[in-house]
Design a protein around this ligand. Structure first.
Ligand SMILES: Nc1ncnc2c1ncn2[C@@H]1O[C@H](COP(=O)(O)OP(=O)(O)OP(=O)(O)O)[C@@H](O)[C@H]1O
Ligand SMILES: [Mg+2]
Length: 181
């Protein structure tokens, strides 16, 4: 049985929105990794250049494992740092075409540099690659660009139940890099 499902991906790929719907549907616990880090004072500081919070990943990891160990049913952990933590039965990376992701990131009033950095990371599949390094065949990726929240939730459910072919490598946005060099 899958106990811990981690949902990760570049900022604005819809992790929080879909995880809330999914946790409700599966009637399971949802842990938002960003909130967990803040509540437990795992924020080491702010990277002034990039505007990111710098998180103490080792402490976050310990806390995640503690929660998994002390829980009986299924738990969903969502957040772009989740795939760097241990303890997942499956890691699911949400992918969004950089052209579309750009519009969502722009709405957040991120700097141009931060938007560009995130788009490059998405085009190169950084989260998928990092997760694959740690979790290998237990990593799955879903192109959710044209999917509604409910459709995304359906596909994540397929992955959790072991259906469909969503292994890493099935999504490729590298053409964006070539066209936006
Ligand atoms: N399937 C979708 N279709 C259209 N818009 C979506 C979809 N999923 C999410 N969005 C929109 O994209 C934005 C980002 O969603 P959300 O906050 O869930 O992303 P996130 O991956 O949790 O981001 P972060 O990593 O910054 O926490 C929101 O405005 C949300 O309404
Ligand atoms: Mg979020």
């Amino acid at each position: 049985m899958n106990n811990a499902i981690f949902i990760s991906g570049t900022p604005c790929t819809g992790k929080t929105t879909v995880s809330e719907v999914l946790a409700d549907r599966l009637d399971c616990k949802l842990i938002k990794i960003n909130d967990l880090a803040i509540e437990n004072n795992f924020v080491l500081g702010i990277d002034e250049d990039k505007g990111y919070k710098v998180i103490d990943i080792d402490s976050l990891n310990e806390k995640v494992l503690e929660i998994i160990d002390s829980n009986d049913g299924m738990i969903i952990f969502e957040g772009h740092l989740s795939h760097l933590c241990d303890g997942a039965d499956k890691v699911i990376i949400l992918r969004v075409r950089p052209e579309i992701l750009e519009k969502r990131l722009a709405k957040r009033k991120y700097s141009k540099a931060k938007i560009r950095e995130n788009l490059e990371a998405e085009a190169m599949g950084v989260c998928s690659a990092e997760a694959f390094d740690k979790y290998g065949d237990n990593v799955f990726e879903i192109d959710v660009t044209d999917l509604s929240i409910d459709d995304t939730s359906d596909l994540i459910n397929c992955v959790i139940s072991g259906n469909g072919d969503f292994h890493v490598g099935s999504v490729d946005f590298m053409d964006w890099l070539l066209n936006n060099f």
